[in-house]
Write a protein that binds this ligand. Structure first.
Ligand SMILES: CC(C)(COP(=O)(O)OP(=O)(O)OC[C@H]1O[C@@H](n2cnc3c(N)ncnc32)[C@H](O)[C@@H]1OP(=O)(O)O)[C@@H](O)C(=O)NCCC(=O)NCCS
Length: 117
């Protein structure tokens, strides 16, 4: 594992890749086989599940949950307290202010649900 800027009380499960330029702050959990790509910021009390992809430049603003198998495109911003459901896809550049249901596809600013994955 190669990591940068991981603060205290971050829990990284097996085979997590945290690329260069990322910040993981307090009480962050990242599940197995998840990829935290370059320049992501994962803020406090956030849980990222297994087999998740956080593309470059994703920002999770705290108290966020990203469930297993979700895919977040480059530059996605997720607001505080939002839950991204299992297997959801969030398109590049989206600003997500409300929960995204499992298996849904969302994009835009603010993000809107576009249908199923
Ligand atoms: C998720 C993603 C692949 C789009 O999926 P999609 O649903 O297949 O989108 P489509 O190409 O079929 O486009 C459908 C419509 O949504 C729009 N759209 C697609 N992605 C969009 C986005 N991220 N933001 C705003 N609008 C978007 C398209 O313009 C199109 O609009 P139109 O019908 O008015 O022409 C795309 O949003 C994305 O994130 N691409 C980035 C891929 C990438 O960077 N990969 C490398 C990661 S490291």
């Amino acid at each position: 594992m190669k990591s940068r800027g991981i603060w205290w009380r971050a829990t990284l499960c097996a085979c997590v890749l945290v690329a260069a330029g990322c910040h993981l702050t307090t009480n962050v959990e990242v599940g197995a086989h998840t990829h935290v790509n370059v320049a992501c910021s994962v803020h406090h009390d956030t849980v990222v599940g297994e087999l998740v992809t956080l593309s470059p430049g994703v920002l999770l603003n705290g108290d966020v949950v990203v469930e297993d198998h979700a895919w977040l495109g480059p530059g996605v911003i997720v607001g505080r307290g939002v839950r991204i459901g299992r297997g959801a896809v969030v398109g590049a550049g989206a600003v997500v202010l409300h929960d995204v249901p499992a298996g849904a596809r969302a994009h835009g600013v603010p993000a809107r649900i576009q249908g199923a994955r």
